[in-house]
Structure formats: C-alpha cells, structure tokens
Ligand binder design. Structure first.
Ligand SMILES: Cc1cc2nc3c(=O)[nH]c(=O)nc-3n(C[C@H](O)[C@H](O)[C@H](O)COP(=O)(O)OP(=O)(O)OC[C@H]3O[C@@H](n4cnc5c(N)ncnc54)[C@H](O)[C@@H]3O)c2cc1C
Length: 409
C-alpha cells in the first residue's frame, strides 16, 4: 500500500507520524510545495524576532528518521481519483492507495487588487521570508495591515518588533472580532497601541490600488493610505485550487464526514483545508487553528489504519502570545450567564449556558485555561463549582483535579 500526504504542516505531519507509529512498512510519501523541512507556523513569529529555530520542530532529518519519502518544493497540481493518481509540478505523476489532503490555508482579503504584486502574505514560511527580507534590506519602514484578526495582530507585533511603523485597519469596532468579547478586545487594543501599533477601528478598506504594483490602500471613505509594505489579513482561505475537476466536494473548505473522509473513497482531509463540525455548536466551517489540525491529522491517520474513529469536533480557541500580557479565548462569547472578575491587571470572563461553560476569555492569568477547557468540552454541569470559578486559585491543585475528574452529569 502507498499513502500520499499533501502538505507537511501540523495536520499532514501528525497524520504521517500517527501512521508511522503503528505501521513500519507501508510506503508513505509526503509532498510539500515549501522548500523547507516541516515547520510549525505559530513558531514563525518567534523565529523572526529572536532567531529561534524552534519552528523547524522535527529537524531536517525527520524523513529519514521516521522512514518516509519527503518531496519538498513539489506542488500537487491535480488529483485524478478514478486512477488513484496525482499530477505534480515536478517529476510527473504519482499513484496512491490512500490520500490525505492537508494543504492548509492562506491569508487573504476579499478586496480588489489583493493579488497585486507587493501585497504580502505571512501564512507560509516562504511568504514570511519574502516579507522579512524586504525589511532586512532596509526597504520597508512602514507597513499597512488590512484586518485586525488574530494573525493580523501577530504580524503587526512582529513588524513593530522589527522597528517597522505599523498601521492596522479594521472595519469592525474591535480587534479580533471572531474570538474576543468587547472587554477583552478593548484591553488587547490598548496593549497594541501601547506597543506603538496604530490600530484604526471602524475603518473599511475598499481596494489595494496600483498598476503593476500596489501603491496604496483606498478606504471606503476615499482616503488613500500608503506604506512600504502591504499585508492582506482579513481571514484565511483553504488551499483548494488544485482540487478543481477532481470531484472532491468543497464549499469554502473540503467537506468531510465524521471520519474525516471526503466524498471520494480513499481520500481523507485534515487541518485548515477542511470544514469541520464545531464541538460546541455542531456548525460546519473552517476552524483554522493548530490544535484542530493536529487532532484531525491524528484521526485521519488512525482511520487509515482501520480504527473507525469519529472526530469529536473542532475547537474555537486562540491566544495572543506576543503582547506583554497573555490573552486567551476559547469557545463562544455569549451565554445566558456571564461570570467576570478583574483582579491585579487580569480579567477572567466565563460564558455559561444551562449551567455549562460555553466559552471563556482570560487576560493575564491564563493558568485555569486547561481546566475551563476540559469542563467546557465535556459539557460538565458546573453548578457545584460556580462559586469557585472566579477564585484566583481555581484551576490549581485540588480544585483542578476535582473539576477534571468529576463524574459526568
Ligand atoms: C503567523 C501565524 C501564527 C499562528 N499562531 C497560531 C497559534 O498561536 N495558535 C494556533 O492554534 N494556531 C496558530 N496559527 C494557525 C496554525 O498555524 C494553522 O491552523 C495550522 O498551521 C494549520 O495546519 P495545516 O497542516 O492544516 O496547514 P498548514 O500549516 O497551512 O500547512 C499546509 C501545507 O501544505 C502546503 N501545500 C498547500 N497546497 C499544496 C499543494 N498543492 N501541494 C503541496 N503542498 C501544498 C502548504 O504550503 C503548507 O506548507 C498561526 C498561523 C500563522 C500563519
């Protein structure tokens, strides 16, 4: 049997390692359009800020160490399921018995001119290096980022850390609108501004303008903003272009069943490229975060091995690591009851529905996150814990142990 994995991000890598951990013999080929060994995207910011090599999390000898063929710098350009065959940008075609699509996503902004040369991306290491090289050459003193979502904020903090003057425009009235509630978002906004990032809320970009190259961003108000660097970061878009004509069902991302199999036999998918059901609401959409990619890669690997594991559902979760104060949010940001406490520069907010935690937001003291997450994902009835959830020590010691080990209601 030959298993082919498209993409060596967290999803593809985990699928590969899950398969290899239980099966030493099957031929596995991992294909990546990146020229690098597998890397962890969340560690890229640290890499560019501090020179850390932690993003190359498995090292360059990973393929030999686990016994897989790694074809870097190779793009899958088409899939022909009827013949169990892929067309590659290099070295022709490749046959498979089982295929895992883990091609991830890219940053985008649905604006006119977003594909003009000079509009930078930061979703892949190659894209990030192109941007950083321009800064290192001294050709970029200012940057304009369209979108103040989570990745846009991370990029803003990185560029500011590299002495670039950053302006960020966001059409809504808060930063990180998908994940943060108003209180947590206004704290994050103050912290961003405190770091020198100029964040403009309620400011809608209309287009990137320019002829052969981007020259400015035009706002809906008509104002033109100019910078040395332009970044489109209003959201992520699954990398599905190469699936055209394959018959694989795609909405925004690839549609999969409970076992993360696509509508085509022998083809599975995992990570940012997939539309997965939400653990809390059951709604299907792209959940582009690292832990989901890893867990989906694991489930796909096990299902190819024949375990028939049903995927439990994706989490909505994020953390901002490069502000001076950690910020973390998970789940929903509304409920029928809200518990909130401010203490010593930290803020803890819990959203409850029917006496169950459906979301939480933490600023500063993030240590109870693991316990809150566990209670939330297990849909635990928290009536008996309610008086303790806001205590400073909740999530430590015996309370954490009780919360995690309490029998299901
Ligand atoms: C700057 C940054 C910071 C982040 N920080 C966090 C964080 O703190 N916490 C968190 O949970 N998440 C974070 N994320 C998101 C997280 O990195 C993604 O959710 C995760 O990487 C998704 O993994 P994946 O394997 O599905 O896709 P990807 O990591 O996108 O990997 C897919 C790979 O497939 C390759 N590929 C695509 N198409 C093809 C093709 N046709 N042929 C061959 N190869 C192909 C791509 O080049 C890519 O290397 C961050 C992302 C970025 C960019």
């Amino acid at each position: 049997m030959k298993i082919v994995i498209v993409g060596a991000g967290p999803a593809g890598l985990t699928a590969t390692e899950t398969l290899r951990a239980q099966d030493n013999h099957t031929e596995i080929v991992v294909i990546s359009d990146e020229p690098y060994p597998p890397y962890s995207p969340p560690a890229m910011v640290d890499h560019f800020l501090s020179g850390s090599k932690a993003h190359l999390w498995r090292g360059e000898y990973w393929p030999e160490e686990i016994g897989v063929e790694y074809r870097s710098g190779t793009k899958v350009i088409a899939i022909e399921p009827e013949d169990h065959r892929l067309q590659l940008s290099k070295d022709g075609a490749l046959e498979y018995d089982k295929l895992v699509i883990a091609s991830g996503s890219r940053l985008y902004a649905p604006l006119e001119g977003a594909d003009l040369p000079g509009v930078y991306n930061f979703k892949s290491l190659s894209a990030a290096e192109a941007l950083i090289k321009k800064i290192e050459k001294g050709n970029a003193r200012s940057a304009l980022i369209v979108g103040a979502g989570f990745i846009g904020m991370e990029i803003a903090l990185l560029l500011q850390g590299l002495s670039v003057n950053v302006t960020q425009v966001e059409m809504l009235d808060q930063v990180m609108p998908r994940m943060l509630d108003k209180e947590t978002a206004s704290f994050a906004l103050r912290a961003m501004r405190g770091r020198g990032v100029s964040v403009r809320l309620n400011t809608k970009a209309r287009a990137f303008t320019g002829d052969k190259k981007v020259r400015s961003v035009e706002l809906e108000s008509g104002e033109q903003l100019e910078a040395d660097l332009y970044i489109a970061a209003t959201g992520v878009m699954p990398n599905v272009d190469f699936l055209e004509g394959s018959g694989i069902k795609v909405n925004t991302g690839i549609v999969v069943d409970d076992y993360l199999q696509t509508n085509i036999q022998d083809i599975f998918a995992a990570g940012d490229v997939v539309e997965s059901s939400d653990r809390l609401t059951g709604d299907c959409f792209v959940h582009p975060i690292f832990p989901n990619a890893v867990e989906q890669g694991r489930v796909v690997g096990l299902n190819i091995l024949g375990y028939e594991i049903s995927y439990e559902g994706a989490d909505q979760m994020n953390s901002l690591k490069h502000l001076d104060v950690p910020i973390m949010a998970a789940g929903l940001k509304d409920g029928d009851e809200v518990l909130r406490v401010r203490r010593d520069g930290s803020l803890r907010t819990l959203y409850l529905k029917d006496n169950r935690i459906v979301g939480f937001q933490l600023i500063g003291d993030v240590h109870p996150a693991g316990v809150f997450r566990s209670l939330m994902n297990r849909k635990e009835d928290i009536r008996s814990l309610k008086d303790h959830l806001l205590e400073p020590t909740f999530g430590q010691g015996i309370a954490a142990w009780r919360a995690i080990t309490a029998p299901r209601v």
